[in-house]
Write a protein that binds this ligand. Structure first.
Ligand SMILES: [Zn+2]
Length: 77
């Protein structure tokens, strides 16, 4: 019952050669969510424009941002 073995192996690879992040979600024109193709680690853009780990708090902030952004886009159209 060791399902996380592969995940850990990928993590070690990422630690050595670096993560392979791809944009998994475009929240607003400035804020994006990234997922590592290798170990599935998630990052997001914070209010300073830097990349930070996608914690549950940031997920919540992003979903609010996305909601506001989507509504504004609808209004412009
Ligand atoms: Zn990784």
């Amino acid at each position: 019952m060791k399902k996380s073995t592969n995940q850990n192996a990928f993590k070690i690879i990422c630690d050595i050669i670096g993560h392979k992040y791809v944009v998994s979600k475009q929240v607003t024109s400035h804020v994006k969510e990234y997922t590592c193709k290798c170990c599935k680690k998630q990052l997001t853009t914070n209010s300073n424009g830097d990349l930070t780990e996608l914690t549950p708090t940031f997920k919540e902030i992003n979903s609010i941002l996305e909601d506001i952004y989507t509504r504004r886009m609808v209004r412009i159209k």
